[in-house]
Design a protein around this ligand. Sequence first.
Ligand SMILES: Cc1cc2nc3c(=O)[nH]c(=O)nc-3n(C[C@H](O)[C@H](O)[C@H](O)COP(=O)(O)OP(=O)(O)OC[C@H]3O[C@@H](n4cnc5c(N)ncnc54)[C@H](O)[C@@H]3O)c2cc1C
Length: 306
Amino acid sequence: MDKRLLDVVIIGGGPGGLSTALVLGRSRRTVALIDDGKPRNAVTHLSHGFLTRDGVKPFELRSIAREQLKPYKTISLYDDYVETVQYEESHFKTITRNGDIFLSRKVMVATGLKEELPPIPGLDEIYGTSVFPCPYCDGWEHRDQPLAVIGNGEKLLNYTKMIHHWSKDLVVCTNGPASITQQEKQELTHHHIRLVESPIRELMSRGGQLNQIIFQSGETIKRSVGFLLDTGAKQATMIPQQLGIKLDELGSFETKGHGTTNVKGLFIIGDAAKRFTGLIGAASEGYAAGVVLNHELVEEDWNSFL
Ligand SMILES: Cc1cc2nc3c(=O)[nH]c(=O)nc-3n(C[C@H](O)[C@H](O)[C@H](O)COP(=O)(O)OP(=O)(O)OC[C@H]3O[C@@H](n4cnc5c(N)ncnc54)[C@H](O)[C@@H]3O)c2cc1C
């Protein structure tokens, strides 16, 4: 057990947590960053859209960030998994799988989400290499290619509009009867987008590359890339719930501005709070929340004699 009272424990070392660590290190704060190294985008080969790092490997971005934390000697990095966080009198107590215990004045949760993919045969093998969730991350690389939208429900039309912007060669696969309105079906037809309602039997691929979609109807359609509307993403950890934070209707932890929450001293940022911030969005939130967090500590220290 680290008997010192740390300023901050950061749980999760993705772009959100690492960015908070950087701003807190530069603010002379004592910090333990605990991360079990399973980022949401680990399945991808390259990440896009991060200014100055477009096309970077997911783990490369992290290792550069970890390297740049080294000069800040008040930051310690731990490869471990946080099991529980409790609030005791005036501080938080964080307990890890390895049995380490950390006491801190504040806790930053940046644990992200984990996908629970729909049970489509062949999807697991190619999710992140030729089936993607986000056109901003992977649309450019597959512009004008034969694409498939895989999904159903009320968000389908908007998602399809978006993917159609990157390629007009588009088929929508609802993997069962389409639950969209007649008007929406007409809009798809108007834009020459074929709707296939037959359940998907299998996504056929080679070396991580989708090549055809086989339907239960017996039909086969050649496609090189799919975009998946609902990836079934769930919270990677329920730690904030242990401290009384609720999930909203989308499955995000409820937060207020700059990652603050209803629990004093507890912050939540990144995908855990916003579902899909993207790498630069998580990093940006981490920075802003770190500044607010440091400001709180400065105020508390300044007023401690009162
Ligand atoms: C397939 C795919 C492709 C993507 N491509 C891109 C892209 O090209 N560009 C882009 O901007 N965004 C992309 N994203 C989105 C991006 O990955 C996320 O928005 C971003 O990673 C969120 O950052 P974060 O810091 O909130 O969480 P994460 O990056 O997921 O980091 C969370 C970290 O917390 C750790 N953790 C979780 N629970 C615990 C615990 N209890 N104890 C210790 N550690 C814990 C995890 O192991 C992980 O390392 C993609 C997402 C997916 C699914």
